[in-house]
Design a protein around this ligand. Structure first.
Ligand SMILES: Cc1cc2nc3c(=O)[nH]c(=O)nc-3n(C[C@H](O)[C@H](O)[C@H](O)COP(=O)(O)O)c2cc1C
Length: 338
């Protein structure tokens, strides 16, 4: 099956291990139809030797959808890209930004920023294998790499393969001494380096990532680059996504309310529970839906305390919603928090 979904990457949602699962993406799709979604990273080894369905299956509503791969063997990456295309993915992305030790040992992730020629070989090999776009997600640098010159060398070398889209997490990765979590917080954000990259490579599609928390900020960044990618804020405050289609893509459609989102998500839970999924696997992604509204804490608490129990069903969600309804103001503010 070849993808027929168009990719307008003005607004994208980040690959996040254990967070941007198929259930999470299905939930996000209730809030935005237009944003391009990225899977968690899957390594070539896991995909080639493991249970493909487990890593690759998704719901039809998740399009446009990109699969993120981790690896550095051009042949294995080409094979995985082919599998991704056959599975119906709209894009395949190579992770050159993840700083964890586990992935450095296998030459995966941010350590590849020191090997632009190898990454270019990988990308060329993937491009030869598929028709869908092959993209790269990376940092502005690693360790003692001279920030801007190293970044230009990396992007310039890979762009020579014809690769057109670069997602840039606008901070360095310090591969020695920081945990992956610290590497998302401590190295300072340097948006100016990403703006400069767009100026120096105006024909490339440059997507900026890191520390974006509002749609107003996204719109400002879109004055400088071609797209934004949001990770943690979309996860902790998902209702941020409710106005993406209108504000970023100019779609003329009423903004979905949290209540409508919950109604559809409960239906999804019902179907998934019937397939044997545990309720808490589904609900952990929605805990922040009412963030900032009266009753949000009770909503979160009821789900956190009850959804993991054996046989927990959608009545837990109904209970959590009933508590919200008892809180004055919650309904009046339905669409007010995007
Ligand atoms: C829990 C978690 C897991 C992540 N897993 C991945 C991953 O698999 N691949 C990747 O490229 N980045 C991963 N990231 C990094 C994000 O994609 C993103 O680059 C980073 O969080 C900065 O964006 P933000 O400030 O909007 O969150 C992860 C981030 C988090 C919080």
């Amino acid at each position: 099956m070849t993808s027929s979904h168009s990719l307008d990457r003005r607004f994208t949602l980040a690959p996040m291990m254990e967070w941007s699962t198929s259930d999470c993406r299905t939930f996000w799709r209730l809030l935005t139809k237009k944003a391009v979604l990225y899977t968690e990273m899957v390594t070539t080894g896991a995909l080639l030797h493991g249970d493909k369905s487990r890593f690759l299956d998704y719901n039809a509503c998740e399009h446009p959808l990109a699969l993120q791969l981790g690896g550095s063997d051009p042949i294995a990456l080409a094979e995985c890209a082919r599998i991704a295309e056959d599975w119906g993915y709209d894009e395949v992305n190579l992770n050159c930004g993840c700083p964890s030790d586990r992935v450095q040992n296998g030459m995966i992730g941010a350590c590849l920023m020191a090997e632009p020629e190898l990454v270019a070989d990988c990308i060329a090999s993937m491009q030869n294998a598929v028709k869908i776009p092959v993209t790269v997600k990376h940092r502005i640098g690693i360790d003692d790499m001279e920030d801007y010159e190293g970044l230009v060398k990396f992007v310039g070398t890979i762009a020579e393969t014809g690769c057109h889209t670069f997602i840039v997490h606008a901070r360095k990765a310090w591969l020695k001494g920081l945990s992956p979590k610290e590497n998302r917080e401590i190295p300072p954000l340097q948006y100016d380096k990403v703006y400069q990259l767009k100026q120096d490579f105006p024909h490339l599609n440059i997507i900026i990532n890191g520390g974006i928390t509002t749609l107003a900020q996204s719109k400002n960044l879109l004055e400088h680059v071609d797209g934004v990618m949001i990770g943690r804020e979309a996860y902790s405050n998902p209702y941020l996504l409710a106005q993406v289609d209108q504000q970023i893509y100019g779609v003329d459609r009423p903004v979905v309310s949290r209540g409508e989102v919950m109604q559809k998500f409960i239906q999804y839970c019902d179907e998934e529970l019937a397939n044997g999924t545990r309720l808490n696997h589904l609900t952990r992604h929605i805990l922040g839906l009412y963030q900032g509204l009266p009753g949000a804490r009770q909503f979160r608490r009821i789900i956190s305390e009850q959804a993991h129990k054996p046989n927990a069903g959608i009545e837990v969600l109904e209970r959590a919603l009933a508590v919200l309804n008892e809180v004055p103001l919650a309904d009046n503010l339905e669409t007010g928090n995007a």
